[in-house]
Design a protein around this ligand. Structure first.
Ligand code: NAX
Length: 331
C-alpha cells in the first residue's frame, strides 16, 4: 500500500472545512488508492467544534483515512505535511475597513508561513483559499522564503468551474465537454473570465465557444458579470457563502496539480507571476496552467485581444493595490 500523504486543512471547523474533509478522506483529492492523514487546524474558540469534526471523521470509517490530528497549535498542525490547504482566515465583518481585515490576515499568514517553512515536509504544496486569496498567498511566500514559489498557489478554480458551468447551462451541453476557459487575475469581482480559447466537444467535434454561443453581447457582458458576481449570488440565496463548490474546486486544484491536467486541457490557478502576458512579476495572478509530474506551467502564446488586455490589466492593477495595502500592514 502507498504511504499516507499528510494534508493540512486550516479553518477546518468552518463551512468549507466541513465540506472538504470528507472529500479528501474519500479520495476525491488524491485518488481512490492514496491513503491520507488529515491535519486539522482551527483557533481556540472553535476547538470544541473542531473536535466534533474529528469525531465525525472517525464515525465515517473512511477506508483511506489513516489518521486525524485536530489541533489549535499551528506548529503541531504543520508537522511533516505534504499538502497544505489554507482555508482559515479573518472574515470581513460589517463596518470593518478593508485595511483592518487585511491587517488581520497579514498577521495570520505571516505566522502560518513561518510554521510551514519550519515544519512542513520538503516539497510541500500550498493552496491558499482564504480571502484575499492572492494576497494571502503573497504574504505566505514572503514569510516562507525557503518554500519554492512554485509550491505556493491560490484558488481560482471555483471561478473557473463557475465559468464552465455557465457555458454548459447556456448551451445545454454537459459540463465535462466544456474546457479551456480562463480566469485571469484576482479572485475578486475584478477577475476576468475569458472564453476566447474555450471549446465544447460536440457530436461533430470540438467547436469554439464563440462559434456555438453566437451571442457575442452575452459573452462580453452578462456571462462575465455572472461569473464575477456568483459568490454574492450564492450568499443571497443561501445566506451563507459558497462551501461545497469551493471545497470541490480545492480538490480539483490539488488533484490536477499533483496528478496532472488531462491532455489538451488547461485549468486556472493563482500562481506567482513570472511576467507572462505582461503581468507584473511578483504578484499572485490567476493564469491558464497545465500540470505535469507535480509541476504547473503557464500556458504560453495565447492571442490576447484589446478587450481582454484591458480586463487583464484592470485586475492586475487591483492586485498591485492590494499588495501595497498588505505591505503597509507590515509596518
Ligand atoms: P468560515 O468562517 O465558515 O470558516 C473559517 C474558519 O477559519 C473558522 O472556523 C475560523 O475559526 C477559522 N480560522 C480563523 N482564523 C484562523 C487561523 N488563524 N488559523 C486557523 N483557522 C482560523 O468561512 P468559510 O466559508 O469556510 O470560508 C473560508 C475562507 O474561504 C474565507 O476567507 C472565504 O472568504 C474564502 N473563500 C474563498 C474562495 C476562493 O475561491 N478562493 C471561495 C469560497 C470562500 O468564500
Amino acid at each position: 500500500a502507498e504511504k499516507p500523504v499528510r494534508i493540512l486543512v486550516t479553518g477546518a471547523a468552518g463551512q468549507i472545512g466541513y465540506a472538504i474533509v470528507p472529500m479528501i478522506a474519500k479520495g476525491i483529492m488524491l485518488g481512490p488508492d492514496q491513503p491520507v492523514i488529515l491535519h486539522l487546524l482551527d483557533i481556540e474558540p472553535a476547538a470544541e467544534s473542531l473536535n466534533g469534526v474529528k469525531m465525525e471523521l472517525i464515525d465515517a470509517a473512511f477506508p483511506l483515512l489513516k489518521g486525524v490530528v485536530a489541533t489549535t497549535d499551528v506548529v503541531e498542525a504543520c508537522e511533516d505535511v505534504n499538502i497544505a490547504v489554507m482555508i482559515g482566515g479573518f472574515p470581513r465583518k460589517e463596518g470593518m475597513e478593508r485595511k483592518d481585515v487585511m491587517s488581520k490576515n497579514v498577521s495570520i499568514y505571516k505566522a502560518q508561513a513561518s510554521a510551514l517553512e519550519e515544519h512542513a515536509a520538503a516539497g510541500c504544496k500550498v493552496l491558499v483559499v482564504a480571502n484575499p486569496a492572492n494576497t494571502n498567498a503573497l504574504i505566505l511566500k514572503e514569510f516562507a522564503p525557503s518554500i519554492p514559489e512554485k509550491n505556493i498557489t491560490c484558488l481560482t478554480r471555483l471561478d473557473h468551474n463557475r465559468a464552465l458551468g455557465q457555458i454548459s447551462e447556456r448551451l445545454n451541453a454537459h459540463v465535462s465537454n466544456v474546457k479551456n476557459v480562463i480566469i485571469w487575475g484576482n479572485h475578486s469581482s475584478t477577475q476576468y473570465p475569458d472564453i476566447n480559447h474555450a471549446t465544447v466537444t460536440t457530436s461533430s467535434g470540438e467547436k469554439p465557444v464563440r462559434e456555438l454561443v453566437s451571442d457575442d453581447h452575452w459573452l462580453n457582458t452578462e456571462f462575465i458579470t455572472t461569473v464575477q458576481q456568483r459568490g454574492a449570488a450564492i450568499i443571497r440565496a443561501r445566506k451563507l457563502s459558497s462551501a461545497l463548490s469551493a471545497a470541490s474546486a480545492a480538490c480539483d486544484h490539488i488533484r490536477d496539480w499533483v496528478l496532472g491536467t488531462p491532455k489538451g486541457t488547461w485549468v486556472s490557478m493563482g500562481v506567482y507571476s513570472d511576467g507572462s502576458y505582461g503581468i507584473q512579476p511578483g504578484l499572485f495572478y490567476s493564469f491558464p496552467v497545465r500540470c505535469e509530474k507535480g509541476q504547473w506551467s503557464i500556458v504560453q502564446g495565447l492571442k490576447i485581444d484589446e478587450f481582454s488586455r484591458a480586463k487583464m490589466d484592470a485586475t492586475a492593477k487591483e492586485l498591485i493595490e492590494e499588495k501595497s495595502l498588505a505591505y503597509s500592514c507590515l509596518n
